[in-house]
Structures are given as structure tokens and as C-alpha cells.
Design a protein around this ligand. Structure first.
Ligand SMILES: [Zn+2]
Ligand SMILES: [Zn+2]
Length: 254
């Protein structure tokens, strides 16, 4: 599907209005500066930093000019295209952590227009929207898949409901956060499975909060491709590097 044709602004307006009503009764506080009346106040939200158009046209990593990074120029990559809004730092990082740990369903509203714009400008055309799955154990501990917190409203907005049944995680894995780059690839290998033949010849978008080494998205793409998927795209809110990622999972967002 072409996103532009399905953009459902009515739905976002209704969603936004519903949250305005909730906020009237229980005023929120800005996750960064604690100002009352906002989940994130306009001043803090304006500080978010996004990537320019100067990125690798395959993996989306920032470059000095728009072309291909060394890795993508020399080896074939999986997924076919990865796009992220910006670096995993500052307000964007606090925002992702707040969605992950607070499960504040009013938060995703802020990022949805930016994500849709990124998908449009990256020519994302697809049949299924799929989150990176969590294992049953992790799902039970947390009670929800944090990607679904923004993936569900995103799917509603573009008219393609988030599909959480096509791809599942059946193997328990250690949290990728505590591992080195090499260990991450080994840890995640064989963790996912596809439970249907309905994706044969279809194009898929995989959603995740943050891309770090790319091991998780790569493994998702591998099994989806094996199950017959045609094109595999990936969308993440942020992009991190393993060097600064180690200190970030602590769950402290000011
Ligand atoms: Zn603020
Ligand atoms: Zn690249």
C-alpha cells in the first residue's frame, strides 16, 4: 500500500481529542522538564534531533552525503531498507524510555506524524506492519510489547493494522543490551519464527524502537525472507551505537 493514500488524519484527531480529555482530568507532566500540562512540552519536544537526508540509502546510517555506506556498498544487506528518525540521545531517548517503561498511551501521538512523514519520503510501500516480537516470558513480565505502544496507533493512522501473529519469538534470549556486538548476532540467531504462508510475495515493514547493531532486524528479515516475503523494510524511532548503548537501558529518564 502507498501510505499517502491511506493517511487517516480523522483517526489521529479523535485519538488526540480523547487524550486531551484524559489530560484535563489527570494533568500530565513533561517527561523532561516536569512542566505540568504536557507529556512533553513544546520547548522540550522542539529539541529533538533528526537525521538529514544525508544517509545510506539502504541501511539509513548517517553519512556526509546521500549514497551508500561502505558496508552496504560491498555486501548485500537485510532488510532491504532501514529508516530511523534520529540518533538515540537527548529528548528522543527520554521519549522512547518513557513509552517503554511508563506505558503512557498518550505519548505516541507526538511521534506519529513524524514517522508517517518518514515512511512517505522513504517510499515505503508494504502489505504488513510487524513489530519485533518479544518472547512469551518477556511479554509476561512486561505485560506488553513496547513497540506496540506506538505501532498500534501508527497502524491505525495509516490504515494497516499492526500484525503481531505473523512473526513470533519462540526462543528465550538474553537481553541484547548487555551483550557485545558479536554476542548479539549469536544470541538472536534462530530466535524468531514465521507461523504462516500468508506473507509469500508480500512486502513487510518491521518496527522497533531502536536499531543498534542491526542484529535483531537482520534476524527478523532473514526468517521473513525464508518464509517467502518479497521486500523487507524496517522502521525504528532511533538509531544507537553500541558504544553509548550500554549505559542507556537503566530506565532513568530524568
Ligand atoms: Zn518540557
Ligand atoms: Zn548502509
Amino acid at each position: 500500500m502507498q501510505i499517502a493514500l491511506y493517511k487517516n488524519t480523522k483517526w489521529l484527531k479523535a485519538y488526540s481529542l480523547a487524550w486531551k480529555f484524559v489530560d484535563f482530568i489527570y494533568p500530565p507532566q513533561c517527561i523532561q522538564c516536569r512542566k505540568i500540562g504536557y507529556r512533553i512540552c513544546p520547548t522540550c519536544w522542539q529539541q529533538r534531533i533528526y537525521f538529514s537526508e544525508e544517509i545510506c540509502d539502504i541501511c539509513g546510517s548517517p553519512l556526509r552525503k546521500n549514497s551508500r555506506c561502505e558496508k552496504c556498498a560491498t555486501t548485500s544487506q537485510s532488510p532491504d531498507k532501514i529508516r530511523s528518525l534520529g540518533p538515540y540521545q537527548g529528548i528522543l531517548r527520554n521519549y522512547i524510555l518513557a513509552m517503554k517503561f511508563k506505558r503512557d498511551l498518550g505519548l505516541p501521538e507526538l511521534i506519529l506524524p513524524d514517522l508517517v512523514a518518514l515512511m512517505e519520503r522513504s517510499n515505503f510501500s508494504f502489505d504488513y506492519l510487524i513489530p519485533v516480537p518479544l518472547s512469551k516470558k518477556r511479554l509476561k513480565q512486561r505485560g506488553y510489547n513496547q513497540v506496540a505502544v506506538w505501532g498500534v496507533p501508527l497502524g491505525k493512522m495509516i490504515g494497516s493494522p499492526l500484525n503481531t501473529t505473523i512473526l513470533t519469538q519462540n526462543k528465550e534470549t538474553t537481553s541484547q543490551v548487555s551483550l557485545s556486538a558479536d554476542e548479539r548476532w549469536k544470541n538472536i540467531h534462530g530466535a524468531f519464527s514465521v507461523n504462516t504462508d500468508q506473507i509469500r510475495g508480500k512486502n513487510i515493514v518491521i518496527l522497533d524502537d531502536v536499531i543498534t547493531t542491526g542484529a535483531t532486524l537482520n534476524e527478523c528479515a532473514r526468517v521473513l525472507r525464508k518464509a517467502g516475503a518479497r521486500k523487507i523494510l524496517a522502521l525504528t524511532i532511533a538509531r544507537s551505537t553500541i558504544k553509548n548503548h550500554h549505559h542507556q537501558e537503566g530506565g532513568t529518564y530524568v
